[in-house]
Design a protein around this ligand. Structure first.
Ligand code: NDP
Ligand code: GDR
Length: 340
């Protein structure tokens, strides 16, 4: 069988890097795209030791012409659309850009596939953020969408337009509804990596204290390296179908902080309430974490908890790393690479 060729948009991001590593292990030829402005943002691929195993092309998701050019240059078997303005907080300040990239970007790719070769299989990175203010305790493929941010609304558009192209044009186009997944390769702006990096900076005397927003929001956190495998599995199915990928467990940010301080061997105590709540280092009585109300979102998603039974039964996919283990993986690697 000849080598399969895959396009990964957003190759410089967390999932792009892990997915590339996984597809290389399956002997795929990989074309990875990033933006002109993002050139040089290749630390993740470098860390995984796969920087030289990928063909890079420039592709701005806002430009239809750039997308078409790449599809004319290569014959793709599979396309994984991971590129997005992916930070929920930024989407409140940049709603138009977020809608254009995270939302309309999906349609630009689908239109290109439709006109060039409808046999190309397409994966869309949908998100648990689409459930927003939840309507049932555990969310699955049939749960109503109730998005609470320009990011989530853009993802809903991407999700429905993927579904629409599948039904209207008989294309193999699917969405993976992935719940939060973290790793040492997570961007520093997301809360898990922000906490771990912040605590290590404090321990090294490089930061006085860490400021956070709503520490009572709850998320269903899994390990990114395992989640990218589910993306691939979705494209290997006989029939195109959407799947929820999650652990089924949910914890608040405060719990994540406590797991992190415990693993780092810090003796700490929470004091105060509401925006005056603080975490104190009992060794020197100094504040480690403060609440900054400016970091609260205009509209918050309070709790998410997935139900991935369909993925477990149809894809044979199960999460293997619990949150305690994930914290250990993230902290060990953060320490290893700190200041290198
Ligand atoms: P990252 O933010 O780490 O990566 C996003 C990628 O998109 C980066 O490579 C980024 O490039 C690229 N990108 C941003 N804007 C554009 C643009 N205008 N044109 C082309 N490329 C662009 O995200 P993750 O790897 O964490 O997530 C991958 C996808 O999965 C995203 O679509 C995200 O929304 C979605 N998702 C993620 C979840 C998670 O928990 N990680 C959960 C559910 C969905 P640059 O290097 O310039 O930033
Ligand atoms: P999320 O991830 O919005 O769920 O989106 P993030 O880690 O940014 O926030 C999780 C929760 O933590 C609260 N929070 C803070 N968040 C950040 N970033 N910084 C803070 O200081 C802070 N303090 C509290 C947030 O309010 C929120 O409730 C991620 C992204 O990867 C999306 O692209 C993806 O679709 C979803 O996960 C599933």
């Amino acid at each position: 069988m000849s080598k399969k060729t895959a396009l990964i948009t957003g190759i410089s991001g967390q999932d792009g890097a892990y997915l590339a590593q996984f597809l290389l292990s399956k002997k795929y030829k990989i074309i990875g795209t990033d933006r002109r402005s993002a050139r040089g943002n290749n630390w993740r691929l470098n860390r995984l030791g796969i920087l030289n195993k990928i063909i890079y092309e420039e592709m701005e998701l806002g430009e239809l012409y750039e997308i078409q050019k790449i599809f004319k240059k290569y014959r793709f078997d599979e396309v994984y659309n991971l590129a997005a303005q992916s930070f929920v907080a930024t989407s409140f300040n940049s709603p138009l850009n977020t809608s254009n990239i995270t939302g309309l970007g999906v349609l630009r790719i689908l239109e290109t596939i439709k006109s060039i070769n409808k046999k190309i299989k397409f994966y869309q990175a949908s998100s648990s953020e689409m459930f927003g203010k939840i309507t049932e305790e555990r969310q699955n493929e049939n749960t109503s969408l109730n998005p609470q941010s320009p990011y989530a609304i853009s993802k809903v558009f991407g999700h429905y337009i993927t579904d629409n192209y599948r039904k209207s044009y008989n294309m193999f186009a699917v969405s993976g509804i992935l719940f939060n997944h973290e790793s040492p390769l997570r961007g520093e702006e997301f809360v898990t990596r922000k906490i771990i990096l912040g605590l290590i900076k404090i321990l090294n005397g490089d930061l006085k204290y860490l400021e956070l927003g709503n520490i009572y929001a709850k998320r269903d956190w899994g390990y990114a390296k395992e989640y990218v495998e589910a993306m691939w599995k979705m494209l290997q199915q006989k029939k195109p179908k959407d799947f929820v990928i999650s652990t089924g467990k949910t914890y608040d940010i405060k719990h994540f902080i406590n797991l992190s301080t415990n693993y780092l061997g810090l003796k700490t105590k929470w004091i105060g309430k509401g925006i005056n709540e603080k975490l104190i280092n009992l060794k020197n009585s100094k504040i480690i974490i403060k609440i900054n109300p400016q970091l609260f979102r205009p509209s918050e998603v309070n709790v998410l908890k997935g139900n991935s039974s369909l993925a477990r039964s149809k894809l044979g996919w199960t999460p293997k790393t619990n949150l305690k283990k994930l914290v250990k993986i993230m902290i060990d690697e953060e320490i290893k690479y700190y200041k290198k």
